[in-house]
Design a binder for this molecule. Structure first.
Ligand code: MRU
Length: 344
């Protein structure tokens, strides 16, 4: 299985996704500040992978805290968590993982700082292992929605590279392939950071899953020609009413799918659902550097000084979502009620 990131005694090892598909370089991170920087700079990306990286970063930070007692430890550990939480605002898995780590530290009773550190490392490794298990469960549930011999369109990268392993949207595709179905994938290139072209195309090629790369503006034409049977994407945050924030360009794909009567599925673990946010318009959307739009791979393609907007995510309203695939099963409208049931 493709390894996106993993824990070792000497630090966290992460595949530097900025260099893909040209080079597969694994880097070792030994401090939480470096892990925070790696999340910001997209060395590691994708909601569940960001959560796992933050948990491992928190564990690295905890190990290096020098404190006389548990209270001193907790004060310093808070700073570690605050820095990790400041990296990217949209993927709620980041805050979910940080919260889990905080709870371990807070509920440690009268354990020594050394004991708390051990528990934090254990928790980070648990979050990692759980993510892979959850993705496989989603793959199983989602595979039932994908017919044999069908063609699936996906946007961005919601694959092994976006998780601890196996993937969410690509996990559903893997789930179908693993169950003997013949599946073809259309991958949107996903401007401006090209996660589709660089990562999804690379990942599916590694697994010998049939993949056709298209630019984002080709999706409508492919649907019009009857070449797409369904859409499966991941999510960065899902509001309590089922509105879905995902990579910029997901919303137009959902609109196109609706116009062509094509099912639009979202695959995401429960850790991506934010019950504190009622509607999609409450989801914070990250704005990234303008050079992602004005430059392609370091080369300027737009006039210097041009004004730019660069929101990294958009929100697809729940009415465009055919179903949400989670580790607890497939959820359909009415989303408010059915999502709430997932947590009971
Ligand atoms: O900016 P990125 O590359 O972190 O954005 C990733 C996405 O939008 C994914 O679709 C989402 O995180 C789901 S990953 C399983």
């Amino acid at each position: 299985m493709l390894r996106t990131l993993y824990w070792t005694k000497k630090g966290v090892i992460m595949l530097d996704q900025r260099l893909l598909p040209g080079r597969a370089v694994y880097r070792r991170f030994t401090g939480y500040r470096d892990v925070a920087d790696a999340i910001k700079k997209l060395v590691v990306r994708g909601a569940p992978a960001i959560g796992v990286a933050a948990a491992m970063g928190a564990a690295l930070g905890a190990i290096k805290v020098k404190a006389k007692d548990a209270d001193g430890f907790k004060k310093k550990f808070k700073k570690v968590l605050d820095l990790l939480a400041s990296t990217r605002p949209t993927a709620v898995n980041l805050f979910w993982a940080i919260e889990r780590m905080r709870r371990v530290a807070d509920s440690s009773g009268n354990a020594t700082a050394g004991e708390i550190k051990k528990r934090l490392v254990k928790e980070a490794r648990k979050i990692y292992a759980e993510d892979i298990r959850i993705n496989k469960l989603m793959g199983g549930h989602g595979s039932r929605l994908i017919k044999n011999n069908s063609t699936v369109l996906t946007h961005c990268n919601a694959g092994a590279l976006a998780t601890a392993g196996y993937g969410t949207a690509l996990g559903v595709i893997r789930g179908a392939v693993d169950r003997g179905k013949k599946i073809r994938v259309f991958a949107d290139e996903t401007r401006p950071v090209l996660q589709g072209a660089r990562l999804t195309a690379w990942e599916l090629k590694q697994d010998k899953i049939d993949c056709i790369l298209i630019t984002d503006n080709m999706a409508g034409s492919m649907m019009q020609k009857g070449l797409i049977d369904c859409v499966v994407v991941g999510a960065d945050r899902i509001a309590a009413n089922g509105d879905v924030a995902n990579k910029i360009g997901t919303y137009p794909v959902a609109v196109l799918a609706k116009a062509h009567n094509i099912p639009f599925y979202v695959a995401a673990p429960l850790s991506t659902i934010d019950m504190k946010i009622k509607h999609g318009n409450g989801i914070p959307i990250e704005e990234r550097d303008s050079t992602e739009v004005t430059h392609i791979r370091g080369k300027r393609i737009a006039p210097a000084g041009i004004k730019v907007r660069n929101p990294a995510f958009d929100v697809t309203p729940n009415r465009l979502v055919t179903a949400i695939i989670t580790e607890k099963g497939v959820v359909r409208a009415p989303y408010g009620r059915n999502i709430r049931r997932l947590f009971s």
